[in-house]
Ligand binder design. Sequence first.
Ligand SMILES: [Zn+2]
Length: 432
Amino acid sequence: MVQEISRRSLLRATATIGVLGAGVGIGTASTAHAATGFYNPFTGYPISDGWAEHIARGSLGGIDYAMPVGTRLPAAGGGVVTNTPYNGTGGHTVTIRHDNGYRTQYMHLSQFLLGDGTRVGMGDVVGLSGGAAGAPGSGSSTGPHLHWHMIDPNGARINPLAFLESDIPGVPVVAPVYETGNHNWQPMLVGHNGQALYASTISAVVRADGTKIIYSVRDGRLYEAASNTGWRNLQVPNHDQVSAVSAVAQGDGIVVYTVRGGAVYEAGNHNWQPMLVGHNGQPLYATTISAVVRADGTNIIYSVRDGRLHEAASNAGWRNLAVPNHDQVSAVSAVAQGDGIIVYTVRGGAVYEAGNHNWQPMLVGYDGQPLYASTLNTIVRADGTKIIYSVRDGRVYEAASNTGWRNLQVPNLNGVTTVAAIQTGGTVLYTC
Ligand SMILES: [Zn+2]
């Protein structure tokens, strides 16, 4: 697991350099850390005054990094920004309130860049460094540098470097979204005007008019990006606390299912008011979901809760039924085929297949070998072949029903945590 986090940190740090076009030292995080969703953006700068030195001279604590005035300051983690001008000895101060209750503070800034209340992702630039003696916003600083500390949920100032090495739960890791087609497996960064689209999880869908749409989750907010707008990424209103998403095309619209605060919500793209899904006013609880439209137009949600697979159908007032013989489930992906549905699950680390007319799950693999995965997404090709795209150890694999589920590694895709596949002409994969 530590290795996994390390690779993600490295991937994220590399992407940060590209996106920000930043100078030396930005985003060179290179050490494994346990506080997922956070990194040290300043490892390339010398520490001019450490935590112990701060305490020794009566400060509440901090880490000072020497850097030129005007250096771009990336957020160490996602959260919401507050600017405090002329904050006593700290001078111009940016505070990022993270979703896990911790705060990050950067001091002695020469310039604020974002408005109060702006939500940022890990790596977004929140201001410009300062600290020149006597300059506006420098506070007590006598030379160019950044002062960085964190504050725990009880209000105590803490060492950010210790926090990064801690086991304290953070916020979900965000990573750039890539697109690749099955005739050309070279991944292409998805985004608008050269800006990457960052997400912690995604669901992709093709609208009836052929537009490809990516629903992505970042810092608990749902976003929509469409291929016909150069992947301009728009925040979907009224969708916060989102941890999972599954979108389906229906008619000429799209219906989006999200898990928000542990319960499943439904919203259409013509009316973004989310509606709690459930039967008789009871929420439908889940940790992850996969939605599918059956040939008769019924929307079906397969949800995982406490490791059990459940099925809820729109024609039954979303009555939620436990699917038999499905335990230890950690991921699910369902596809419509003919008038039925085929459900793929990851159970105990291996992929299983079951049809909704016969819920006996069958281990999927080639020559009796299990197909191991951490997550998966499935599609049905025009010729009826079912394809499973699975993620294992950060790599994407393709297994097809017409080859006895022979599992082939997709080239050029690594550092992956999530995969979303769509069928439009060929197959298009989105990864993050
Ligand atoms: Zn300091």
